[in-house]
Design a protein around this ligand. Structure first.
Ligand code: HEC
Ligand code: HEC
Length: 221
């Protein structure tokens, strides 16, 4: 063995290193498990801190604070991420209260909160204005072809249950909150909708149409 020519040793060594390099490259890079969130871990903070506005089970007592109960976890998590303020002081969704509220929490905690609220049962809402119910229903189910307004049902589902992970549940939400969001999308104050989906829709709606559809949605279940 000691007589093995030096060049051969070098060659063998190079081959070994090369093989190793290829093996490492060919094998899948170690993917960390994507953390899904844990409702039980989210509960202690969600049912106390968040509960102050959203209710202990995500059924907010006040219309200014959206109901989170029964909302899709992926949507809830996306909104929390969007409320996070970056180093430049900017956030994708602007709301002074939530921008502050979410600042202290990690991605894992946000996923835990999302899992917690998604697992709760939404209490459901009610229609307040019977006079606009037919208009709201028509807009929701069919949109308005004359001005290129698509049916809300097309994305949010016939009963407003949404479709995870992209389309939020809107059924049973407070009329006031839904109305405020549609108006915020209309003027671009809320601009975190992928591909401007909601901004392009809201811009085509009048105040009367927004109120009617928002009230109809409150009664959906
Ligand atoms: C002081 C009141 C208050 C507290 C406490 C609070 N929130 Fe909120 N939250 C709001 C308000 C108001 C909005 C609506 C913001 C808007 O109009 O854009 C909101 C919106 C949200 C939304 C978006 C819902 C949607 O349908 O798009 C999520 C998610 C959320 N909050 C999660 C949380 C979590 C998690 C906590 C606890 C860590 C929390 N909030 C604590 C007031 C509060
Ligand atoms: C092309 C698909 C599409 C259609 C059609 C559509 N939406 Fe949406 N909507 C979305 C998406 C996507 C979001 C989530 C945006 C985000 O990620 O913040 C959304 C969000 C919303 C929200 C905010 C929910 C919350 O909890 O804050 C409301 C309210 C809403 N839509 C109402 C409507 C109404 C009313 C109509 C019909 C006039 C409608 N949408 C039609 C895709 C759609």
């Amino acid at each position: 063995m000691s007589r093995t020519p030096r060049f051969l040793l070098v060659l063998l060594y190079s081959l070994a290193t090369l093989t190793l390099a290829f093996t490492v490259q060919a094998s899948e890079p170690a993917k960390p498990e994507v953390y899904k969130g844990d409702a039980a871990r989210g509960q202690p903070i969600a049912a106390t801190v968040c509960a102050a506005c959203h209710g202990p089970d995500g059924n907010s007592p006040l219309a200014a604070n959206p109901k989170l109960a029964g909302q899709h976890a992926a949507y809830l998590f996306k909104q929390m991420q969007n409320f996070k303020v970056n180093a430049e002081g900017k956030s994708e969704r602007i709301n002074a209260i939530m921008n502050g509220m979410i600042a202290a929490f990690t991605e894992e905690q946000m996923k835990d909160f999302a899992a917690y609220f998604a697992a709760q049962k939404q209490a459901g809402g009610e229609v307040k204005n019977r006079a606009t119910l037919e208009l709201g229903k028509k807009l929701y189910r069919a949109g308005d072809a004359s001005k290129g307004l698509p049916a809300c049902a097309g994305c949010h589902g016939p009963a407003g249950a949404g479709l995870p992970a992209q389309y939020p549940r809107i059924a049973g939400q407070f009329t006031e909150y839904t109305e405020a969001q549609l108006k915020a999308f209309r003027v671009g104050e809320r601009a975190n909708d992928p591909n401007r989906m909601m901004r392009m829709i809201a811009v085509k709606m009048t105040d009367a149409e927004i109120s009617a559809v928002a009230d109809y949605i409150a009664g959906l279940h």
